[in-house]
Design a protein around this ligand. Structure first.
Ligand code: PEP
Length: 257
């Protein structure tokens, strides 16, 4: 059975005190969650150190929202994967649609970041997903396939095992619109088939594919009960400890086997 990952993307929110408080509440209130569920929070870079100190020895992992691929040097404002390791990060979100569409990141750059993260022993959470225009033009899988191929270009099966995928339809992020469980499941199943055809079936069967896009406590159970949905990447609702944990508690732990 695949494990389930419930990940919070705090984006550019909270101050230092709020970030540490949120981490504390999440760990305090997460006792009793089934062992198959992994928790992760991804605070802004500037609070990674403080939040990491709060999470030390607890069941919630620390992740970052982005990283640069170069190890060091004249890259003003960037953060290397080595620096994230130094702060105790285990995961890094890469290729988030806000970085693809607002900052202009392309698959070639994301591929370099994925490789750097893997080489540093971090688990990249690679985001893929279509815009509303692309969905309406029936191009969802074409877009997802192209982002998958471009962002993971040149990776062998052993390397792919170290990646977590996240399907995040752009039209559902921060909009309150969620893909229906059936819409999300269809893309997740196709993505798993794609992994099987490009790599192999047993690798595809073991890969975690998270869903992201306005996941809330009231829609989580239906989404997370889908056979190919292995957890959630949560923006807005992860800023509230009780909402975040309510989503985690709605994981049916027998799915995904
Ligand atoms: C996200 O940022 O990855 C996300 C899914 O945001 P939200 O849950 O707010 O739609």
């Amino acid at each position: 059975m695949r494990r389930q990952l419930i990940a919070g993307n705090w984006k550019m929110n909270l101050d230092r005190t709020q970030a540490v408080d949120l981490a504390r509440k999440i760990t305090q209130d997460s006792t009793g969650l089934p062992a198959e569920i992994d928790l992760l929070v991804c605070p802004p870079h500037v609070y990674l150190d403080a939040v990491g100190a709060e999470l030390a020895g607890k069941r919630c992992s620390l992740g970052a929202q982005d990283a640069y691929f170069e190890p060091a040097g004249a890259f003003t404002g960037e953060t290397s994967v080595g620096m994230l390791n130094d702060l105790g990060c285990r995961y890094v979100i890469l290729g988030h649609s806000e970085r693809r569409h607002l900052i202009g990141e392309n698959d070639e750059l994301i591929n370099k970041k994925v490789r750097a993260a893997l080489a540093a022993g971090l688990t990249p959470i690679l985001c893929v997903g279509e815009t509303l225009t692309e969905r309406e033009a029936d191009q969802t899988m074409e877009v997802v396939k192209s982002q998958f191929a471009g962002s993971l270009a040149g990776l062998d099966a052993e390397q792919l095992k170290g990646v977590v995928m996240a399907y995040e339809p752009v039209w559902a992020i921060g909009t309150g619109k969620t893909a229906t469980p059936e819409q999300a499941q269809a893309v997740h199943a196709d993505l798993r088939k794609l992994m099987a055809s490009v790599y192999n079936q047993s690798l595809a069967d073991g890969m975690l594919i998270l869903y992201g896009g306005s996941v809330k406590p009231d829609n989580a159970a239906d989404l997370l009960s889908q056979a190919d949905i292995d957890g959630a990447l949560i923006g807005g609702a992860s800023l509230d400890a009780s909402g975040f944990l309510a989503i985690a508690k709605s994981v049916p732990v027998s799915v995904g086997s």
